[in-house]
Design a protein around this ligand. Structure first.
Ligand code: AMP
Length: 218
């Protein structure tokens, strides 16, 4: 059983790697952003409370986030580990996490800024079903039409180079202190680098698994 945290900039492929690691290792992915979006979609009482924060890109208050995290961690079957994606975002959250679970390793995705900019600015999303395409390497069969449901594709307003650069800066400012926090605590790191646009996700996932094996965690 292994408990992990994954850090990676927006567009680093974090979600893709997390879902692939989930099918290879005995763990569950707990992605706080996905959990909040699900609650908002279902209009649960908590969903209504967090809606304003999430839609404005603000951090949901710690007491709500921690409560949600505890609920989801408690649901994980005995003997299974977890991979946290999107938590912690602050040192306070990291300290709160220390009180409820032991973290075995931090996975740090290192992706060059230009790759992130290329990837995100060529991303298109289906308005209807949310399927994600990429005009560089995951093109729809028909121009700007979803293969799965025939819905129209669109580009997110924040998926343009200037805004992407700002999102990377915000991420780095937020994440640096957290990486330092875990380094100082002596939590081992698995670093996975992606320096080429065409690196397939499997290659990065293999690198992460090899790193975990070296640490004798899997
Ligand atoms: P993400 O999908 O990880 O980018 O998260 C989307 C949004 O969910 C963020 O902009 C925040 O509003 C909220 N959120 C996700 N994780 C956290 C967290 N650990 N603490 C506070 N807010 C969070």
């Amino acid at each position: 059983m292994v408990n992990l945290i994954i850090f990676g900039a927006p567009g680093s492929g974090k979600g893709t790697y997390a879902s692939r690691l989930l099918s290879r290792l005995n763990l569950e992915v707990v992605a706080t952003g996905d959990i909040f979006r699900g609650m908002i979609k279902e209009e649960t009482p908590l969903g209504l409370k967090v809606k304003e924060y999430v839609e404005n890109g603000l951090l949901v208050p710690d007491e709500i986030t921690l409560e949600v995290l505890k609920q989801y961690l408690a649901k994980i079957p005995k003997g299974k580990g977890f991979l946290l994606d999107g938590y912690p975002r602050t040192i306070e959250q990291a300290k709160a996490l220390d009180k409820i679970a032991k973290i075995d390793a931090v996975i740090h995705l290192i992706v060059s800024d230009w790759i992130i900019i290329e990837r995100l600015s060529s991303r298109r999303i289906c308005k209807n079903c949310g399927a994600i395409y990429n005009m560089l390497y995951l093109k729809p069969k028909r121009d700007m039409i979803c293969d799965k449901c025939g819905g129209p594709l669109y580009q997110r307003e924040d998926d343009v180079p200037e805004v992407i650069k700002r999102r990377i800066e915000v991420y780095e400012k937020q994440t640096q202190p957290l990486l330092e926090y875990y380094r100082e605590k002596g939590v081992p790191f698995v670093e996975a680098k992606c320096e080429k646009l065409e690196t397939p996700p499997e290659t990065v996932v293999e690198e992460i698994i090899k790193g975990l094996e070296k640490l004798k965690l899997v």
